[in-house]
Design a protein around this ligand. Structure first.
Ligand code: ZN
Length: 343
């Protein structure tokens, strides 16, 4: 009896499974992450998004993007002929945050603020190596302009004519976010592999748009809007630690993830959360779902990335190869070769 029942049950269940699988596979085809990121940065020369080695002997220095653009993540790898004990630097006045890749190779990451004027800007580097050598170098890099669009949006009047209660909530929200920035990022990156999209869908609003809300309020759109319907999954694009999970007035359901090394990503307008503050997340781990909370005109994911106090273009993260250093250390200098005479 039971021997007959089991295959029968399997037969009954099989069609249900067969239906579930093609439904998941039939999701609309969207461009892969790198293609979509390049489309966001269309208008830039190919060398602008490649690695560039700059002449800074005795250091080997790799810069990405080769021609920094407004709103980019800037990555600088410095390799020295002797072990590095400290490194610091700035680009266009914005500070880079440094970590060690190996004894002789360190990496600095920072923003190219979206308001940086196009044209030359100085990359200043200070590197100290074991044995007391101090190497300072400054080189001009040409900042490329991004073509920022302008947009006029109509949102609920409660976002442009703030009530007393709204003002009080906004003040609370600011304190909460300021406390998170004060705690700071983990110095050592938690990044594993390369960044991917938190969800694959069409772009509904690009980064950097100069916006007018209800014909009056002007602001810059400092995120990348990716389409979706309420309930669609949002997944962490890399490893990190969740630093904030809260419902805020403007950004609605909000999650911040610290990827270490000064780099954060943020997810706005969510309808539900799958994480809590302090959670360590793996690449691809569910953070929550798409919503239409806060100042929006419809459901979508506002994906943002922040480093050094500036919101940069998240598309920038998708194009850098985090898995290897950009430069190899130069040959070891004579100062690190033990000078012992043989008798
Ligand atoms: Zn947005």
């Amino acid at each position: 009896m039971h021997r007959l029942l089991l295959p029968l049950l399997a037969l009954i269940c099989a069609p249900a499974l067969a239906v579930a699988q093609p439904a998941a596979a039939a999701a609309p085809a969207v461009a892969d992450a790198a293609t979509q990121a390049r489309a966001e940065l269309a208008g830039l020369a190919p060398e602008a998004i490649g690695v560039r080695e700059i002449d800074a002997a005795p250091l080997a220095v790799g810069v990405w993007p080769g021609q920094p653009y407004q709103g980019a993540l800037l990555v600088v790898d410095v390799a020295a002929p002797a072990p590095i004990v400290s490194a610091s630097g700035t680009f266009a006045g914005a500070k880079l945050t440094w970590h060690r890749l190996d004894a002789r190779t360190w990496r600095g990451m920072g923003p190219v603020p979206n308001g940086t004027p196009a044209g030359p800007a100085a990359l200043a580097l200070d590197v100290s190596t074991k044995g007391g050598a101090k190497i300072a170098r400054s080189v001009d890099l040409e900042v490329q302009p991004l073509d920022f669009a302008t947009d006029e949006l109509t949102v609920d009047a409660k976002f442009t004519q703030l009530s007393k209660a709204a003002r009080a909530q906004i003040a609370r929200d600011r304190k909460l976010v300021a406390a998170m920035w004060k705690k700071g990022s983990r110095p050592s990156p938690l990044i594993r592999g390369n960044f991917v999209l938190p969800r694959q869908d069409r772009t509904t609003a690009p980064y950097g748009t100069r916006r007018t809300y209800n014909g009056q309020l002007k602001s810059v759109h400092e995120g990348w809007d990716i389409g979706g319907v309420v309930g669609d999954e949002i997944r962490s694009p890399n490893a990190g630690v969740v630093t904030l999970v809260s419902n805020l007035y403007y950004s609605g359901g909000t999650v911040f993830v610290d990827h270490g090394g000064g780099l954060y990503t943020a997810y706005f307008h969510m309808s539900s959360f799958a994480v809590k503050p302090g959670d360590r997340v793996k690449p691809g781990q569910l953070l929550g779902s798409v919503g239409k909370s806060g100042r929006v005109t419809g459901p979508h994911l506002h994906w943002a990335a922040k480093i050094g106090g500036h919101y940069i273009h998240p598309a920038s993260l998708l194009l850098f190869d985090f898995t290897r250093p950009m430069v190899k250390p130069p040959a070891e200098g004579p100062e690190v070769v033990p000078a012992r005479a043989t008798r």
